[in-house]
Design a protein around this ligand. Structure first.
Ligand code: IMP
Length: 426
């Protein structure tokens, strides 16, 4: 059975959780393939809000097996707390599977993330301080500790002792901090984490292939987004993993031939958290309106997101990088109050017009948006459910986006609720 990937196409916070939840309805397995608890999905079901960081969105459906793939970095304390919160709200998490090959985020990773950011001062990246970068760095330098190491006490203690030798030198000599005692941390993890986490640990690659071989629908759920991708994003203002659709292959253990459908999620405008170039960024009242109406504050960190107009140049690149077969536009209703709307159709870089994203970062930093202006609809869209419920200006706006990004728009979100979307493709 061919698989589907859901991927963010901007700088994150596109509302992937809601679209994933909608698509997950028809799936038997939902697999997270990268990132960690730097992600934050909010789902509103029957008026109740669920904030998910690590557990895949499909957990809310009883027929879905939620899987945390090998490409994810897992803070076991956060994961267990999230499971406990979900269970206290009546959500059964017993079907959850966690890859034994996923790497663990431990307290020293978070401490180093925080200290590095502080050390960088005004040059900081604006990370979520969740230990994501230091954990992926340990994975790449082959000193990381994996979920499966928890199942062998001797190995876990040995690996922790070895890696902390190095980390403690940095913590004490570079940052003047107290060292982490390996035996104390190992005791804490082995008593507080292992008995509760062990039942979820699995060979997730085997499970994914059993599902695919058994003709069951599998959804790969990306966190963060295309322009936060370590290879293809606005480096160095990126996360440390590969959110692009190709990341699903390495982060879950499938070859590209299994993936047939790639759904890109884009907000009807753009936001970004943290530092980095942002050609269509708004510093005016329109930006404040987007932030206020869109509640653009981080689910996890509470940070105000930077707002901007929709950028078709970035989206064209996202279509290429992910082989998008369709695009879901979210939060269209946030634009309801504008008299007119701008869409960036090209960049001006030193007097030269660029239809595609300039590859050199100096050009991207210098890029000035070239806008086309479209009329707003000044109508409340939150109760629209079909294409015919949309005012002509909204249909024209979406049609213009399709033309500009060269990919079809399938779904359109018009509110936070599970049912608040328009099937635009039909
Ligand atoms: P890190 O992933 O915590 O290392 O942060 C690196 C960059 O990615 C920072 O600019 C963060 O603000 C951004 N980032 C990480 N996760 C998310 C997310 O889920 N949504 C939006 N931005 C994110």
């Amino acid at each position: 059975m061919p698989a589907t990937v859901v991927v963010g196409t901007q700088w994150g916070d596109e509302g992937k959780g809601k679209v994933t939840d909608l698509i997950a309805r028809d799936m038997s397995m939902v697999v997270r393939y990268q990132g960690g608890h730097n992600a934050g999905h909010t789902l509103v079901v029957d008026g109740e809000s669920f904030a998910l960081q690590l557990v895949p969105s499909g957990v809310l459906y009883e027929h879905v097996t939620p899987v945390i793939g090998n490409g994810v970095v897992v803070d076991p304390f956060v994961l267990l707390e999230e499971v406990a919160t979900l269970e206290s709200k009546g959500v059964d998490c017993s079907r959850l599977k966690v890859s034994g090959n996923a790497h663990l985020i431990l307290p020293y990773h978070q401490e180093l993330d925080m200290l590095t950011e502080r050390y960088l001062g005004k040059n900081k990246l604006g990370t979520t301080k969740r230990g994501i970068g230091p954990t992926y760095a340990d994975k790449a330098t082959r000193v990381g500790i994996r979920v499966q190491d928890l199942l062998d006490e001797k190995i876990f203690r040995e690996k922790l002792e070895a890696v902390l030798g190095d980390k403690n030198t940095v913590l004490t000599r570079v940052y003047n901090r107290l060292p982490t005692d390996p035996a104390e941390l190992a005791d804490r993890v082995l008593t507080e984490v292992v008995p509760r986490l062990a039942p979820y640990v699995s060979d997730t690659v085997g499970l994914v292939h059993d599902a695919l071989d058994g003709d069951r629908e599998v959804l790969f759920e990306g966190a963060q987004a295309t322009f936060l991708d370590l290879d293809h994003g606005t480096y160095p203002f990126v996360t440390s993993s590969n959110p692009v659709a190709g990341g699903a292959c390495t982060g879950a253990g499938v070859g590209p031939r299994h993936i047939q459908r790639v759904v890109g999620i884009a907000k009807a405008y753009i936001t970004r958290v943290g530092a980095g170039p942002f050609p269509t960024e708004l510093h005016d009242e329109d930006g404040d309106t987007l932030v206020d109406r869109g509640h653009e504050f981080g689910t996890n960190t509470g940070r105000r997101r930077r707002p901007g107009w929709f950028d078709a140049v970035m989206m064209r690149q996202a279509v290429r990088l992910n082989s998008l077969s369709e695009v879901a536009i979210t939060k269209l209703d946030i634009l309801d109050t504008f008299d007119s709307l701008k869409v960036c159709v090209a960049y001006d870089v030193g007097g030269e017009r660029h239809e595609h994203l300039p590859y050199h970062q100096s050009d991207l930093h210098a890029a000035k948006p070239i806008y086309e202006e479209l009329p707003g609809w000044r109508t409340d869209l939150t109760s629209a459910r079909s294409r015919s419920d949309l005012p002509p200006e909204a249909v024209d706006y979406l049609g213009f986006l399709e033309e500009q990004i060269r990919a079809p728009v399938s779904l359109v979100g018009v509110g936070p609720g599970r049912d608040q979307f328009v099937d635009f493709g039909s």
